[in-house]
Ligand binder design. Structure first.
Ligand code: 4NP
Length: 163
């Protein structure tokens, strides 16, 4: 008998700086893909920020609005990454090099376990050569579309890699 029904699930945590733009979008795109493929019961998906400024807030309204135009619903509430995430998630996926470094620094400073594998999402891109997901927060609307364009590519590449 299986006591823990989550044992077989793969768990993924997408991480950016504020957890209000890029990682909520990556999370929503991943959820959309696995829902469409009917494999959503095989995954636990979440997102978090390395920073704490926006904890408790909905995703940025510009990100939600731009995603809605593509029929992608962003429902996440911002939270900060913590030590426990390194034990809970199989994959922790950073949006840019700075996030990646901050995640590894946090892991070392709190002495978190080696359970989670830490990646950068653009390492799974197929069409786009961009090595990082640019931070759209201080830019215009185009930046939000561009983030979604490159995440649709790299998040689907990541899903293919882990299934
Ligand atoms: P995110 O974007 O890391 O993609 O959520 C940002 C959101 C807020 C800030 C920076 C980046 N900020 O400086 O408040």
């Amino acid at each position: 008998m299986r006591l823990n029904i989550h044992m077989d699930k793969k768990s993924v945590l997408f991480v950016c700086l504020g957890n209000i733009c890029r990682s909520p979008a990556a999370e929503a795109i991943f959820l959309d893909l696995i829902n469409n493929e009917g494999i959503n019961d095989q995954f636990l998906v979440d997102s978090a920020g390395t920073g704490s400024w926006h904890v408790g807030k909905k995703a940025d309204s510009r990100m939600r609005f731009t995603a809605n135009k593509r029929d992608i619903n962003i429902a996440s509430i911002a939270r900060q990454i913590s030590k426990e995430d390194f034990e809970k998630f199989n994959y922790i996926v950073a949006m840019d090099n700075s996030n990646y470094k901050n995640i590894l620094n946090l892991k070392n400073s709190v002495g978190a376990s080696d359970f989670a594998r830490v990646y950068k999402i653009q390492d799974f891109a197929n069409k786009f050569t961009e090595r990082e997901v640019p931070d759209p927060y201080f830019g215009g609307d185009d930046g939000f579309h561009y983030v979604l364009d490159i995440l649709e590519d790299s998040v689907s590449g990541f899903l293919r890699e882990i299934t």
